[in-house]
Design a protein around this ligand. Sequence first.
Ligand code: MN
Length: 697
Amino acid sequence: MLRQYELVERVKEYAPEADEALLNRAYVYTVQKHGSQKRASGDPYFSHPVEVAGLMTELKLDQQTIITALLHDTVEDTLATIDDVERNFGKDVARLVDGVTKLSKIETLTENERAAENLRKFFLAMSEDLRVLLVKLADRLHNMRTLHFIKSPDKRQRIARETMDIYAPLAERVGMYEYMREMQLLAFEQLEPEAYATITGRLAQIRSQDGGQVDALAFAIKQALAEAGLNVEVSGREKHPYSIWKKMAERHVSFEQITDIMAFRVICESVNDCYRALGILHTTWQMIPGRFKDYISTPKSNGYRSLHTALIYENSMRMEVQLRTRDMHNTNEFGLAAHWAYKQGGARPDGQVGWLRDLIEIVDASHDAEELLEHTKLAIYQDRIFAFTPKGALFQLPKGATPVDFAFAVHTDLGAQAVGAKINGRHMPLRTVLNNGDVVEIIKNENAAPQLSWLGFVVTGKARAAIRRAVRAKERAEIVVIGRKLFEEISERLPSKIGKKARMAALDRLGMEREDDLMVAIGTAKLSDREVMEALVPGSTTELSEPDAWPKQERAISIKGLTPGMAFQLADCCHPVPGDRIVGLRRPGKGVEVHAIDCLDLADGVDADWLDLSWGQHSHGAIARLRVVLYHRPGTLAEMATIFARNHANVVNLVLAEHDDPFHTYDVDLDVQDLVHVARIVSALRASDSVANAERI
Ligand code: MN
């Protein structure tokens, strides 16, 4: 950490008339205010503002900025107030500290809030005095340098994401490329650790193989220019892993296909020399058409000036070369900061240099947020898309997201009530994959509910969780109805009539709070009939010999409405079970087919006689066919089998009807007693985490 006298000396070096006493006071103030607060690294908290102030001295910023850097967290994180700061350090510093504090507030907003209107406010806050932004960027840079000390991976992730989304583009926007590059590199390492490790590993490999090719090429460039009488400085470097990765992502190419991993910078003595050097390079090496850019005659909007070109060496490898003067170089790397750097004689910029005016204009234009995000969209957002509501609010979603994901991102209720979507004004199915920049309008119906099938295409956790919750709630309501029906049936078997009092006592005995819980337990067979009876009337089941008194798996079907002795068979298209409403089809010379009343095959029965049938008393035993959708993961099939066994239902046949990841759909034929038995099995299945859906077919 910088010591007090070191910091003051650094400032005095470039600003001899700086107020030493005031700087000392600011240093002591931050040490005192932060007191025993600690950083995640275990260092005293005040080391952070001191380091930020140190970064500001590297840019030779004025005394007020240095003091602001020292105090930047005191109002936010300590008992210090803006008034207190103003009393001690004056109005200007107080205003700057207030500005930095306001900028910090943006970090507590959610991504989507931040993306739109709030970014505008953010720009406005900093546009009042751009030194606020310089301190904020240095603050963020230091926080990124110490990010690895933070234990929570979520927090590290959030900070890195924010840096990539907001601060690095902002640094670029104001021309502080050094800051931008370091922020991107640190954020990249955090956000894409695997990609980072791969690329740095490959770079190290290349370095060990080519034996210092960067230096050799830098020397060759310098020599070629020296022969023409030009005195230049040449520095070469590998491109940093993030820009390589960005290129891979933007062009959809592999590392091997990236041929330009080296970049050289040539610092010339004059503008004239820059153009002469360019000409010599273009005749010494083959230039790559389309890559030459003249930012000297036409500077970038942030003030950046340089010549860019790309050359071919060793037949296929490419190098990038930038040529500029020393002055341009200093301005280029620190952009905005270079304009604000302390200058002898005290001439302050009036804040109306060209690129700065642009920035203010961008602030006033309505598309600023999107435009800013545009920079980072391509790279780190390879896996993300942006979609808009019809009113223009921006939502960031993972790639592959659908209108359902979008609806849930906007609001849980909107997701739950979605019935359709218009994408860019056209009606599209809810499972359509959204593209970057789509305008999505969700069509809703208040009575609609999330569909289980949506789980097959949604990609966001939020949508997934909300759909599961809604489907479960609906299923639970159905189970409660079945449970209640079973409960009434069980109650009738008891000697005494069951009133409210007996029910409450039973809940108590079972350790349950609400009647619905009991109905669910009955409906899903978590409680046996016997247990329910015991809870209602203790001792009532002692005379029953067989536990649970399940009827044996045997058929005892009688049908009312047939002429005695007439042969019949239960149709295997609809598998009616006792309890279903049934109808008989009689054709000459054949037995009677018994169908469920809603069987689709009845449409073919126009030529037959229709018999109005019903089940005889004590009919039981039939085959029911279920369609069960299981999540495709280990153990779900076994879980389904366990549910059948627990409910005393034999599997007669099992067919994998469909597999459409993440689901496997089985058609199961089961030996069951009657309709109530089937209903109970279906609800037990639906209550299981292994089962996405179960229904009788
Ligand atoms: Mn800070």
